[in-house]
Design a protein around this ligand. Structure first.
Ligand code: CO
Length: 209
């Protein structure tokens, strides 16, 4: 209970500080949100979207789950994407992975975690698809790093393939999907050079049939 009291006190101090630095901040925010970004990231407590982008409440719409996975039939994630694209009309969707992701690491090991393994199988699928790329890697760390990057790429593709993003592009809405990865050790984002802003640029990313 005492921990929660401390948390609430911290919140009150934070709100007072923010309001004194930006008078009227919360009142303006209460009227509307106009974020330009949708962030799809890992639930990991060390990767808080708004903080690591050095933004304020109201600037990033956020969806987080274990290992930043965009599953074609995940109504939760799809609802977030639809609301962000069609109602908030965000300009950018950022799929952000991170190195040393516990979900990615676990998916390289034998299943032992129960229910969550059903979720991690989405990442195992990516490993299977790219298994040739892992053959020459010597260390576990290299394998985890590569799978973290490939996972971002795959989830960027899944995001682009949703009916929501496809239809936005078809009606000419300005919308770009980006893949980034975050390094917990130094707090820096890395651009994975995955930027898709229309149906043509998506074709270039897709594997040849
Ligand atoms: Co993670």
């Amino acid at each position: 209970m005492s921990n929660l009291k401390e948390l609430i006190k911290q919140n009150h101090d934070w709100a007072r500080r923010l309001e004194s630095e930006n008078p009227g901040f919360f009142e303006r925010l209460a009227n509307q949100q106009q974020p330009e970004y949708l962030w799809i990231g890992c639930a990991d407590s060390r990767v808080p979207a708004t903080q690591i982008a050095d933004m304020l409440p109201g600037e990033i719409f956020v969806h987080r789950n274990i290992a930043n996975v965009v599953v074609h039939t995940d109504l939760n994630c799809l609802s977030v994407i639809q609301f962000a694209v069609e109602v908030l009309r965000v300009k950018h969707i950022i799929v952000c992975g991170h190195y040393d992701c516990g979900g990615v690491k676990a998916s390289l090991q034998a299943p032992s975690l129960g229910l969550i393994e059903n979720w991690l199988h989405h990442i195992r699928d990516i490993y299977q698809m790219h298994s040739a790329d892992f053959r020459d890697l010597q260390t576990e760390q290299e394998k985890v790093d590569l799978l973290c990057r490939l996972n971002v790429r795959e989830q960027v593709l899944h995001t682009c393939q949703t009916t929501i993003v496809q239809q936005a592009w078809q009606r000419g809405q300005s919308l770009a999907v980006h893949g980034l990865i975050y390094r917990i050790q130094d707090g820096l984002l890395e651009d994975l050079d995955l930027h898709v802003s229309n149906l043509e640029s998506l074709q270039q990313l897709l594997p040849n049939p």
